[in-house]
Structure formats: C-alpha cells, structure tokens
Write a protein that binds this ligand. Structure first.
Ligand SMILES: NC(=O)c1ccc[n+]([C@@H]2O[C@H](COP(=O)([O-])OP(=O)(O)OC[C@H]3O[C@@H](n4cnc5c(N)ncnc54)[C@H](OP(=O)(O)O)[C@@H]3O)[C@@H](O)[C@H]2O)c1
Length: 260
C-alpha cells in the first residue's frame, strides 16, 4: 500500500487519539503522524504527553499532546474544549484510552468498577458528544468523519481470567458503537470498533508466560498483534477505502475469537 494511493490516503486530515501515549494508542498515533495526519494525543500527565508528542513529531509530522483525566466527570468536556480552542474540524476521533482494574468478583470495589466503566465507556460517549460540532464540520457524503472505538475480544467472549468490569465495559463499547452508528450516519459520521486480541502494552505483557501460553493455545496465527496490524486497520477505516464500513466491531485477533 502506497501512502500516495488515494484510496488509503490520510494526508491533510486531523485526528485525536485518546491514550495516544502508550501501547495501541501510540501505535495508532505514530501511524497517523507519518501519514501526514495532524494528530492530537491525550494522556493524563501533561509533561509526559507533550514529550511523547514531540518525539512523534520529530520522527516526521505533526503531533500535539493534550492532558486529560478521562475518568473524571469533567474530563471529556475539558479535552474537547482544549481541542476546540485550536481546531474547527476533526476528521477522526479514536476513543482508545482504556483501563482495567482488579478484576475478581470477590475483590472488586465500587470505585474500581466506576473507574473502568468511566474511562472505557462514559468518556468515549461524552467525548464524542462534545466533539460533534468538529466532527460534523469535517463530514461529507464523499468523505465521512470517522469515529473508531477500541473494544476488546474480552467484550466478545468470556476469557479464562476474571475481568468483570473490563469485559462488561468492552461489550458496552461495542454496543455503543452500533447505537452511535445509527444516530450519526445522517450526519455522515461513521462509527466502528476494533476488538483487539493481545497486543504489547502496559495492559498486556505479551512477554509473560501466561500471555505466551494463551497466544500459542488460542490464536490460529500463533502470535500477538503488532503495530502494523492495528495501524493497517485504522488506515483502512479512516481512509476512502473504509468509508462505507459503519457500525462494525472488527476483531483484530489473529482468529482468536473465530476459532473458539
Ligand atoms: N493491549 C491489549 O492487549 C488490548 C487488547 C484488547 C483491547 N485493548 C484496548 O486497547 C486500548 C489501549 O490499551 P493498551 O493496551 O494500549 O493500554 P495502555 O498501554 O495501558 O495504554 C492506555 C492508554 O490510555 C490512557 N489512559 C488510561 N487511563 C486513563 C485515564 N483515566 N484518563 C485518561 N487517559 C487514560 C493512558 O494514558 P496515560 O497513562 O499517559 O495517562 C494510555 O495512553 C484500550 O481501550 C484497551 O482496553 C488492548
């Protein structure tokens, strides 16, 4: 795939990737920046987020860091306000920021539950709501604005470990994706979800024995996901190539869930 192929071109677009400082969000942000997308990333720590954005810009392109605590009630609106102060349109919103907590039925507190649901579901909904004016400004019949939500295979099946709030939050974001696709189609905004299997990140230590064993046992392709795997799907969904895909939750898992 050439960067200049118009079917897959993203040059000149503007994107926001929440949680673009680590793991899958950083993989997505790096891929967008090097394809000529003016890419905003958010993270909780301002200095760290700015430093990472500067590092991505130095690789060639434009990346801007914004600080946001997305578990807080006013977090999504505050992030949207920061972006709206400098941009009048937004072509792509990637609701990627995600968190897990103590997963067990016995040990989970209500605060743990709320934190997971607030970051993984509530923030994605209200950030979308707050950024609608910018997304609508970028949207057209030929080139819809795009929203990509990060779900998980944990929202498609029940894994062999306890993560009740996390798995529930991921099933919820998959359903929210369908709900918003119906609401926003008339505005020419597509909404899709990516449901990754194991990718190297802070959430998933793909070098640990447990994850290695699970990858070897359950993933037909026999390896965890890589930066190019998620970058490729995001480029597809965000470019002309993916403009008619709407309301889909796409497993990105080497066949894990299909083969269960
Ligand atoms: N990696 C996997 O195997 C896997 C599998 C399935 C689904 N996913 C999903 O993919 C997405 C990315 O996960 P990851 O594995 O890349 O995790 P990660 O390495 O832990 O990164 C999570 C990102 O979210 C941000 N974040 C976390 N809590 C936040 C909060 N309260 N407010 C604002 N930002 C917050 C973090 O930013 P700061 O730390 O800089 O604040 C970080 O950039 C998540 O939605 C996750 O559920 C991951």
């Amino acid at each position: 795939m050439s960067h200049t192929d118009p079917l897959f071109s993203l040059a000149g677009k503007t994107a926001l990737v929440t949680g673009g400082t680590n793991g899958i969000g950083a993989m997505i942000a790096r891929g967008l920046v090097r394809r000529g997308v003016k890419t905003y990333i958010s993270g909780r720590d301002a200095a760290r987020t700015t430093a990472f954005a500067e590092a991505l810009s130095a690789e060639g392109g434009t990346c801007i860091g914004l600080a946001a605590e997305l578990s807080a009630e006013d977090g999504p609106a505050a992030l949207a306000a920061q972006l709206s102060a400098t941009e009048t349109r937004l072509d792509l919103l990637v609701n990627n920021a995600g968190a897990n907590g103590p997963g067990s039925l016995a040990a989970m507190s209500m605060a743990d539950w709320d934190m997971v649901m607030n970051v993984n579901v509530r923030a994605a909904f209200f950030l979308t709501q707050q950024l609608l004016p910018l997304l609508k400004a970028a949207a057209s019949e030929e080139d819809p604005a795009r929203i990509i939500n990060l779900g998980s295979i944990g929202g498609l099946h029940i894994p062999n470990w306890e993560a009740h709030a996390y798995n529930t939050s991921k099933a919820a974001i998959h359903h929210l994706t369908r709900s918003l696709c119906k609401a926003l189609g008339p505005d020419r905004i597509t909404v899709n979800a990516i449901a990754p299997g194991p990718f190297p990140s802070r959430l998933t230590d793909t070098d640990s024995d447990a994850v290695k064993k699970s990858v070897a046992t359950y993933i037909p392709l026999g390896r965890p996901g890589s930066a190019q795997d998620v970058e490729g799907l995001v480029v597809f969904l965000a470019s002309r190539a993916g403009a008619y895909v709407n309301g889909a939750t796409i497993p990105l898992d080497g066949g894990y869930v299909a083969a269960l």
